[in-house]
Write a protein that binds this ligand. Structure first.
Ligand code: NAD
Length: 474
């Protein structure tokens, strides 16, 4: 019998009469049962968060910092148990699950050091004007399934530091590790400050539209982001939306083929391609296209696809059946249009687990679905380009604007191209690196607002300006 995990509401571990099954995507076996919350449980969690807000928002920031640091410590200390559980529910290889768990502990610790200082707007004989940041209140956090722990923690840590309390909803596909962390931090965090509740997707709109939640911080698909915006508009909740991406990586002709092939591979295939900021379109200059595409293909053939808990696995299964079907559909579309496969392309439907082979396409047209859409799976198109202006236009020809990368020995030229990309993040000669001290956020339909850094922290606050007229009463 799989273990039943409990929710954290008002400092208590609780469950519901009905539960939901969580599957291991490597073999489709049930690995846990979680509460299926509805309006009643949400109301209780929000009421607890509201009560806790009164005290927590007045708690000195250095005391709040200590609680956040204690959360980081709990994750760190229980890292081995947590990363193994994460692989079981999410599918990612152990090495990548380790990076997520210990990375999340590091992120939480780093975020605890941020400071939101007051700003003096005017200090004259006439008046003193000061801007202070005030916590917005109760936050609703909604999280996807690709980096369940990292995404949960990048919402919890700044919410708590700012003085807010939070009701967090993990994805129904990957709630287990987050619930285990909730259990572990139960006695570290004051009751009601962090509440974690699980439910189907239908719980999401109840959170978005809840009249006693002040802000939504959401990471997930652009389609859901639009629904969140609509739901939150009813009472003009503040929202932060971290949505999808179709990031372009641009490889200039002077790039060192031997050095970049492996890095380009992992920029697309880490987490089986299920990363919002994965390279989803790789543009290679025509002078090195043949050599580099062959080098990437050769490297790809050395990487093992399999169960993430097995030694040596580099690419795990797709996390869930819905996403598996979508990726298979995109591969089928490429095949039916006669696009050339450099590697992979044959999905074996027999056996259990949502496995898609590493698939690389050779120069499909710009309007191919595999190029124009966010694939979110281990399928990457390589495309040829001739000039900087052409590739910049092609990279920007997207409704998304999340991130991108440029690869070159000439960093000045790389930065010049980076500055012309319409995205929130651009890397030159690296990929996927996010700093806890730099804002991360999208442009266009990749969302708005930021996470990380001071900008991310400010999202949990509003600006209050206090102006004192000097000598007015004397
Ligand atoms: P999703 O939008 O389907 O689900 C995300 C969360 O929203 C889940 O918890 C889900 O239960 C909830 N939800 C579903 N319908 C809802 C509704 N109507 N109202 C409120 N909540 C609702 O996304 P997903 O499939 O879990 O994640 C994949 C997507 O997330 C990809 O598009 C990816 O690019 C994006 N993503 C973005 C970032 C980023 O930082 N920009 C990071 C990771 C993933």
């Amino acid at each position: 019998m799989p273990e039943t995990y409990r929710n954290l509401i008002d400092g208590e571990l609780v469950t519901t009469d009905t539960t939901m099954e969580v599957l291991n995507p490597a073999n489709e076996q049930v690995v846990g049962l979680v509460p299926a919350c509805g309006k009643d449980e949400l109301d209780r969690a929000v009421a607890a968060a509201r009560r806790a807000f009164k005290t927590w928002s007045k708690t000195p920031v250095d005391d709040r910092r200590k609680v956040i640091q204690a959360i980081a410590g709990v994750i760190q200390e229980n890292g081995e148990e947590l990363f193994r559980l994460l692989t079981t529910e999410q599918g990612k290889p152990h090495s990548q699950a380790q990076m997520e768990i210990f990375g999340a502990a590091g992120l939480v610790a780093a975020q605890s050091t941020l400071n939101l200082e007051d700003v003096i707007n005017e200090d004259s004989d006439t008046r003193l004007s000061r801007t202070r940041r005030v916590p917005v209140g109760v936050v609703g956090g909604i999280v996807p399934w690709n980096f369940p722990v990292m995404m949960a923690m990048q919402k919890i840590a700044p919410a708590l530091l700012s003085g807010c309390t939070i009701v967090l909803k993990p994805s129904p596909f990957t709630p287990l590790t987050t619930l285990r962390i909730a259990e572990l931090i139960k006695d570290v965090v004051p009751a009601g400050v962090v509440n974690v509740i699980t439910g189907e997707d239908s719980l999401g709109p109840l959170i978005t539209e809840h009249p006693d939640i002040d802000k939504i911080t959401f990471t997930g698909s652009t389609a859901t982001g639009k629904k969140i915006m609509e739901g939150a508009s009813k009472d003009l909740k503040r929202i932060t939306l971290e949505l999808g991406g179709n990031d372009a990586s641009i490889v200039l002709p002077d790039a060192d083929v031997a050095k970049v092939a492996e890095q380009l591979f992992w920029s697309s295939f880490s987490n089986a391609g299920q990363i919002c900021v994965a390279a989803k379109r790789i543009y290679i200059h025509e002078d090195i296209y043949d050599e580099l595409s062959q080098a990437i293909a050769d490297y790809a053939k050395t990487v093992k696809v399999g169960d993430g808990s097995e030694q040596g696995t580099g690419v795990g299964p797709i996390q869930n059946k819905k996403q598996f079907d979508r990726v298979c559909e995109l591969i089928e579309d490429a095949r039916s249009n006669g696009y050339k496969f450099l590697v992979g392309g044959e999905v074996d439907p027999s056996g259990s687990g949502y496995y898609v082979p590493i698939t690389i396409l050779d120069n499909p047209p710009e309007d191919a679905r595999i190029v124009a859409e966010e694939q979110f799976g281990p399928v990457m198109p390589l495309m040829k380009f001739s000039t900087d202006d052409e590739v910049i236009a092609r990279a920007n020809n997207s409704d998304y604007g999340l991130a991108g990368a440029v690869w070159t020995k000439d960093t000045e030229r790389g930065v010049k191209i980076a500055e012309q990309l319409e995205t929130g993040t651009v890397w030159v000669n690296e990929f996927l690196h996010l700093s806890p001290f730099a804002p991360f956020g999208g442009h266009k339909q990749s969302g708005f607002g930021a996470e990380y850094g001071i900008e991310g922290l400010k999202e949990f606050t509003y600006a209050q300006v206090i102006t004192v007229k000097r000598d007015a009463m004397v």
